[in-house]
Design a protein around this ligand. Structure first.
Ligand SMILES: Nc1ncnc2c1ncn2[C@@H]1O[C@H](COP(=O)(O)OP(=O)(O)O)[C@@H](O)[C@H]1O
Ligand SMILES: [Mg+2]
Length: 492
């Protein structure tokens, strides 16, 4: 998950949780207020009924001081049960409040004497959960009770005779939970709406905040890119937060140091190249100075041989040694010149298939005599490059000769040429001992040889030829553990 997304999700989650908690608290407060109001309303109604019943009972039934309590109770009860006006009064009270669904008056045995639901007269008045019970519940239970079942809650007032434990009348006012629910649902709706709006606004804000706060990071990334490219950094942004400014400053410092180091390295390389060129010129000059006298010495030696040998035949051996040494010196000077002189290659279109074929043709007799099986996979079509055919032929010949020399007791020499993408390849592998991984750099060095009579020139020459063509050469291991040389040249 990207940093931006994480910031966004965290901020939105925070707002969701906050708005949920706030909404729940708000709903709770609304419910509590509503219930308190309702409780007051219903108990006021119950009290009003009580006063009325008390008044009517006293009015329509008179008793003497000596009447027994039971007679008084029965008298009151009958008076109220027969009262024609009571149901009308109850109905009037009911119509005043929407939240009250029923008002009933019952006797001590809970038999209904009068009710706003006239059919219920004479029926049993059941006990209900009181509004006070509902108010006493925990917030969650209360909300579930209101939203859950359709239960009616009561407010009850008892009316009795002074000093008597059992009441004469019970007055019940019923409140429906359906009405309660209807009163609270709009509050839930508006809270949900407000929460949704808050979440949307928070998401939008979070998006912008994430964008603004991550901008410096993007800028630091760009600065690092500039440093990598060795460019001068763009001027610092004053709008960045101070933390980022510090990092940016350090980066700037690092960039300057890096640029300095880079310029230093470039300068060093330039001066090294100039120096090397100067050394090359100097040594090249010295080699030339040696080469010319060497030529005339060789010439004179031939003349001297012709003169001396007929008279002093014993000198033949000495003269041969001198001649040999002069030749060796000449070879050294020549290869030295080859390597120091900037070679001008003459490029023409070359078909590598043909070039390798010709080179192998020259090597075939020697391979046969040392029991080496030459496996030349000739390409079906031309493998064209632009290059110097003479130089490349020499390069391939050097590698193949080394392969033959690595298999004195016989083996197999495999050669293939192919094109792959923008490159042409010549792959030469043998079944000799191979080149140890640690020696793979060394074998291309001039004069490096592990052979008693080796010159160490062959692979150095090959390396240089391939390099002059803009290619490369690598050594790997052949399948049987022998050496595998891969020459890559840019295809035409
Ligand atoms: N095909 C090969 N198998 C094993 N070793 C090789 C092979 N080709 C080259 N070498 C190693 O690389 C060295 C350098 O080769 P080269 O430059 O041609 O010089 P030289 O052949 O005169 O020794 C060789 O002496 C040999 O140790
Ligand atoms: Mg060699």
């Amino acid at each position: 998950m990207s940093l931006k997304l994480r910031l966004l999700v965290t901020m939105v989650a925070l707002v969701v949780v906050t708005s949920l908690v706030l909404s729940a608290m708000h709903l709770n407060t609304v419910t509590e207020t509503w219930l308190a109001h309702l409780d007051e309303r219903s108990s006021t109604t119950a009290q009003t009924v009580k006063r009325w019943v008390l008044h009517r009972a006293a009015e329509s039934f008179t008793h003497s001081e000596q009447s027994p309590a039971s007679a008084i109770r029965a008298g009151y009860r009958d008076a109220i049960a027969a009262d024609e006006e009571l149901p009308l009064v109850l109905a009037g009270l009911l119509s005043q409040t929407k939240s009250i669904v029923e008002i009933s008056v019952a006797d001590s045995r809970s038999t209904i004497l009068a009710s706003t639901s006239r059919a219920r007269a004479g029926a049993h008045m059941p006990d209900r959960l009181t509004l006070k019970d509902l108010i006493g519940l925990g917030p969650l239970d209360r909300m579930l009770a209101i939203l859950g079942g359709a239960i009616d809650y009561e407010s009850r007032v008892d009316l009795g005779i002074l000093g008597q434990p059992v009441p004469v009348f019970r007055i019940q006012v019923l409140v429906s939970s359906v009405l309660l629910r209807e009163a609270i649902l709009p509050s839930i709706g508006s809270a949900a709406l407000a929460s949704a709006a808050a979440v949307l606004i928070a998401a939008a804000l979070a998006f912008f905040v994430a964008r603004i706060s991550l901008q410096p990071i993007a800028r630091l990334g760009a600065a690092i890119d500039d440093i990598a490219r060795g460019q001068r950094l763009s001027p610092p942004q004053v709008s960045s937060a101070s933390e980022f400014q510090v990092v940016e400053q350090k980066l700037r410092l690092l960039g300057e140091q890096f640029r300095g180091a880079r310029e230093g390295a470039t300068e060093l390389r330039g001066s090294m190249e100039r120096r090397l060129a100067a050394i090359n010129r100097l040594t090249g000059g010295v080699a030339h100075e040696i080469k010319n006298p060497l030529n005339s010495i060789a010439l004179r030696l031939e003349l001297l041989k012709n003169r001396i040998l007929p008279e002093v035949p014993e000198a033949k051996e000495e003269l041969a040694v001198i001649s040999e040494e002069i030749n060796r010196l000449d070879r050294v000077v020549r290869t030295f010149l080859d390597f120091t002189r900037p070679v001008e290659i003459e490029t023409a279109e070359v078909d590598l298939g043909v070039l390798v074929d010709e080179t192998i043709g020259v090597l075939k007799p020697e391979a046969l005599s040392s029991l080496v099986d030459v496996r030349w996979s000739k390409p079906t079509g031309p493998v064209l490059i632009r290059g110097d055919a003479g130089l490349l032929k020499q390069a391939v010949w050097n590698v193949c000769r080394n392969a033959l020399e690595a298999m004195p007791g016989g083996g197999a020499l495999s050669v293939e040429t192919f094109r792959e993408g923008a490159d042409a390849f010549i792959r030469i592998s043998d079944t000799g001992p191979g080149v140890a991984a640690g020696d793979r750099e060394k074998v291309f060095q001039l004069y490096y040889s592990t052979k008693p009579q080796g010159s160490g020139i062959g692979l150095a020459m090959t390396f240089r030829a391939v390099q002059l063509h803009g290619g490369s050469i690598e050594i790997g291991s052949a399948a049987g553990g022998g050496a595998a040389f891969d020459m890559r040249l840019p295809a035409a």
